[in-house]
Design a protein around this ligand. Structure first.
Ligand code: ARG
Ligand code: ASP
Length: 659
């Protein structure tokens, strides 16, 4: 009875093998294809991944080393998110040509803008090489041989299941990628940090690039002689729409998940690490926001910094909420205890849970010290540029920089376990009497030019302490794959789990390799009695529109379109009114790196571009809960509407295949 209850409990909480969880390796997708087809998918495993013929994988790229993009024309046209193209758009922006604010639309190929240091990678193939490595071939040999196959090839070896399997990934990299179009930020970043990680959402988070190649269609460094790349495959776009419950699939490059970490590590994240990091950032954001509100110049100066601090800050809050609400720690603990009972008489596994627990107990304090150091002292500027120091909006006494020094130095002193406080820091505090007095000295010296003994010696101290902690813990993450001890334990643990829990569908943690996730268009119960529908529309943008609030101030052209209801072919009937669809929710398992990923329907046609998750979904990096975990995509019909009616760039639509 006990066992049955427990099993039911863990099944309910972790939902192994259940709906929609998982990021699957495309070369092994045949193991999931029956389930996919049962959920509505109409294509085959070969359509998704093939090394013999063009397949969907040939229309997906790793964009700029951290996002995903998809090909939508025979001439190398590529879609990704606005926030993924942001750096490129920003670098081309000047006061006269402020593409971030006003948008950018290349009118001819000649107007498409080259980008230094921006590349895309196609996956040529992936293969398991566990046996080759065991037989004595070295990783270096395998990589060198793969890269020698063709110019532009890059190879890497990635572990799956904590080293139980090794895979070779061979990519073709293109370095001439040009900016074609971007909507104004008031569309591409609509809702800003206020709406970030939030549903209902109304962000037109897309930008457009084009891949260029040599005349023989091979990777080439930028040259005016390069021509648009002719991909093996590009996606057809569907404007037919969809309904809740319809099949969806996401093909992209998820960056990092830790689905198999022990309950101790989850408890550490939800109870100790996230709350501390959130509190530290609360203070930083408050100081920055106050400065931003006091002066429009400061608002611009701190915009990017505020956005990047706020993104993870908000993510952690949602993660903690989700983990608490869903009782993830208790569920995982029960699951581990059951496993440990099964493992009692199995020498290979019987000490592994206890071993992991002991290891976490050993490394938690220094690991916490490392995280606190990175969030506080290491996040302070080592020096200021002369331009920064001369800016008249940095009044010497009241500068937010000075306040940030006081806050971050203070938080370090309060939170970092004393055993792992930097000796130079302790000396500094002793010398100047108080933490605050020392913080003031540090700020003054940093402000005055940096090259001074005091802040330099602290910088060295930070480096030395971080190295020491890494040496001591043997890891830079809670699931580190290069550390010896932790990884050795996890290799056995995950192998044991697979032997024990034969009902569960195991998939390897995300590691920035190409994956397939599938699910359905799905709303969810946000709170008791409060269901969130999976689709937003232009009407919702207009309802949020407010010229007084920066994040909600839309272009006049969009207001005019709404007033005239002149939506042309992009208008649809939703709930009895004519409108334009904007964003939608689905139940695909995604994470950071999946931004820009194609969202595909049952026929493999493009219906949206993935860009975010709902707030409490962010727990899916640790445990996927099908009742609340949802990804957020911009509806392709809104993308086309903006290209056509805001960008007046219908020539771009002509090279796409739109159904
Ligand atoms: N939350 C999304 C993702 O991690 C989008 C971030 C960009 N948008 C923003 N408002 N900061 O990364
Ligand atoms: N916004 C994320 C990204 O930039 C996606 C996510 O975390 O859901 O990749």
């Amino acid at each position: 009875m006990k066992r049955t209850l427990l099993t039911l409990f863990t099944l309910l909480c972790l939902l192994p093998a259940a709906a929609d969880e998982g990021m699957w390796l495309p070369s092994l997708i045949s193991s999931r294809i029956d389930d996919m087809r049962a959920k509505g998918f109409r294509l085959s495993a070969e359509d998704i991944y093939s090394i013999n013929q063009a397949s969907m994988k040939d229309a997906v790229v790793l964009f700029d080393g951290g996002c995903t993009g998809e090909l939508v024309s025979a001439e190398g046209l590529l879609l990704t998110n606005h926030h993924c193209g942001y750096d490129a758009i920003q670098r081309h922006s000047t006061v006269e040509h402020d593409y971030l604010t006003h948008g950018f639309w290349a009118r001819t190929r000649a107007e498409e803008l080259p980008n230094k240091d921006l590349n895309v990678r196609f996956l040529v193939r992936m293969e398991e090489i566990t046996k080759r490595l065991a037989a004595g071939e070295t990783p270096e040999e395998i990589i060198a041989r793969a890269e020698a196959e063709a110019p532009g090839y890059r190879a890497s070896i990635e572990q799956m299941y904590y080293g139980n399997q090794q895979f070779l990934f061979v990519y073709e990299q293109f370095d001439d990628v040009r900016l074609v179009a971007a909507p104004p930020s008031s569309i591409g970043k609509f809702g800003g940090d206020t709406d970030n990680w939030i549903w209902p959402r109304h962000t037109g988070d897309f930008s457009i690039f084009r891949i260029y190649a040599s005349r023989d269609n091979k990777p080439a460094a930028y040259s005016p002689d390069n021509v648009p790349y002719r991909p093996k495959r590009h996606f057809t776009i569907s404007t037919k729409g969809f309904r809740e419950g319809d099949f969806t699939m996401i093909y992209g490059f998820p960056g990092n998940t830790q689905e198999y970490i022990l309950s101790d590590a989850v408890a550490y994240i939800a109870e100790r690490s996230d709350p501390a990091k959130i509190a530290i950032r609360d203070g930083r954001l408050e100081i920055i926001s106050r400065a931003q509100e006091s002066d429009p110049a400061l608002r611009i100066h701190y915009a990017a910094k505020h956005a990047s601090i706020a993104n993870a800050w908000k993510k952690w809050q949602g993660e903690v909420l989700g983990i608490q609400r869903r009782g993830t720690v208790a569920a995982k603990r029960a699951y581990e205890e059951e496993f440990a009972r099964w493992a009692q008489d199995k020498p290979e596994y019987r000490d592994v849970v206890a071993g992991l627990k002991a290891e976490y107990a050993r490394i938690t304090d220094p690991y916490f010290a490392r995280e606190i150091t990175l969030e506080t002292l290491a996040a302070l500027p080592g020096k200021y540029t002369p331009e920064e120091r001369q800016k008249e909006f940095f009044p010497r006494r009241e500068t937010p920089e000075r306040e940030l020094f006081h806050w971050q130095v203070g938080e370090y002193a309060r939170r970092c376990p004393v055993l792992f406080q930097i000796p130079e820091f302790l000396d500094g505090v002793a010398k100047y009497g108080t933490v605050d007095a020392y913080a003031e000295r540090l700020f003054e010296e940093t402000w005055n030019g940096g090259e001074t003994p005091l802040s330099d010696s602290l910088q060295n101290g930070i480096k030395r302490m971080l190295n020491h902690i890494t040496w001591l813990t043997g890891t830079k993450s809670l699931r580190n794959l290069t550390s010896k001890h932790l990884n050795e334990l996890y290799t056995r643990y995950v192998k044991g789990l697979q032997e024990w829990d034969t009902e569960r569908a195991f998939y390897p943690d995300a590691n920035l390799t190409l994956r397939v996730a599938y699910g359905t268009i799905a709303g969810y119960e946000y709170a008791d009695g409060e269901y969130h529908k999976p689709q937003t529309t232009l009407d919702g943008i207009i309802a949020k529109d407010n010229p007084e609030i920066y994040d909600y101030d839309i272009p006049q052209a969009l207001r005019d379109l709404y007033a005239s209801k002149d939506y042309g072919r992009w208008g649809v009937e939703i709930d009895g009114r004519r409108t334009v669809p904007v964003c939608f929710l689905a139940s695909n398992h995604t994470t950071g790196g999946n931004s820009g990923s194609p969202v595909l329907n049952a026929n493999g046609e493009l219906i949206g571009i993935n860009f975010d998750r709902t707030w409490r979904s962010t727990m899916s990096d640790i445990a996927f809960d099908p009742s609340i975990c949802r990804n957020i995509a911009v509806d392709i019909r809104y993308v086309l509407f903006v290209i056509d009616r805001i960008g007046d760039a219908d020539y771009l639509l002509q090279e796409m295949k739109i159904k």
